[in-house]
Design a binder for this molecule. Structure first.
Ligand SMILES: [Zn+2]
Length: 257
């Protein structure tokens, strides 16, 4: 089985090195997202050379107000990465008061990505999905947008689809009715698996990277097909996105001629 986890916080598991090693041994393709630029170097070191783990440079919206000064480091590290995340907006009650600062930080991040040729970006949007789409619409050159755990209404999902966004979904999202309705509204050729581990739980146990492919079964029930078909579709989607990211990366490299 091809295990893919397009949004996982490897560095936040109790034993990051052991978790990364296990994921590597199992051949899981992991997008290892980070929450601050300071965390990037240490987290990137969890991925051994030749592994299927890719590390994304992030500045989580819940930390954006406190860590705004780390945008300097973000800018410095950006040329080294193909992937950015976790970034975005959080308009939920505990973080609503910093939403303006979050938007300024995200605006700067999208600008930096656009100015340096675009990136593949994993985005958080809790309680601020329309505002996030407004910002992405304003800066399409920032790259390819992957909306993580995008549990919103059908109209918003259709809007995101029209903007060309991708979606990463986990089996925790599919536990709620609203989550299942959201996933049903997403275009099947732009969905990827994620866990959001270690934040996502399964029967009280933290989901491990790849989550043993449980998301395939959960989505299969929704699509009314077999889990092998979901796996094939999501694997195809993943390859397409990675190829687009690699092409983009090649184009950014200064030519020697
Ligand atoms: Zn996350």
């Amino acid at each position: 089985m091809a295990l893919i986890d397009f949004h996982c916080h490897l560095d936040l598991y109790p034993d990051p090195a052991a978790t990364a090693q296990k994921a590597d041994d199992e051949g899981v393709y992991v997008l290892s997202v980070t929450t601050t630029p300071t965390a990037f170097v240490g987290t990137a070191a969890l991925a051994r050379p030749g592994s299927r783990i890719r590390t994304a440079l992030g500045l989580h919206p819940e930390l954006a107000a406190l860590r705004r000064h780390e945008l300097v480091l973000f800018k410095e590290l950006l040329p080294k990465v193909d992937y950015v995340g976790e970034v975005g907006l959080d308009g939920s009650k505990p973080h609503k008061s910093t939403l303006n600062i979050q938007a300024e930080v995200l605006h700067e991040i999208l600008d930096l990505c656009a100015a340096s040729g675009g990136r593949t970006i994993s985005l958080h949007s809790r309680g601020a999905s329309e505002m996030l789409l407004d910002m992405l619409e304003f800066e399409p050159r920032a790259g390819r947008f992957v909306l993580h755990w995008f549990s919103t209404g059908q109209m918003t999902i259709e809007r995101a689809s029209r903007l060309g966004c991708w979606f990463s979904v986990g089996s925790s999202m599919l536990l709620s009715k609203s989550g299942r309705e959201a996933v049903s509204a997403m275009p099947r050729d732009r969905i990827l698996p994620e866990t959001d581990g270690p934040f996502a739980m399964h029967n009280g146990i933290v989901r491990e990277p790849g989550d043993q492919g449980r998301v395939y079964q959960a989505v299969a029930e929704l699509w009314g097909c077999g889990s092998a078909e979901v796996e094939a579709t999501m694997t195809r989607n993943f390859r397409r996105l990675v190829e687009a990211s690699q092409r983009n990366s090649q184009e950014r490299l200064p030519s020697n001629t």
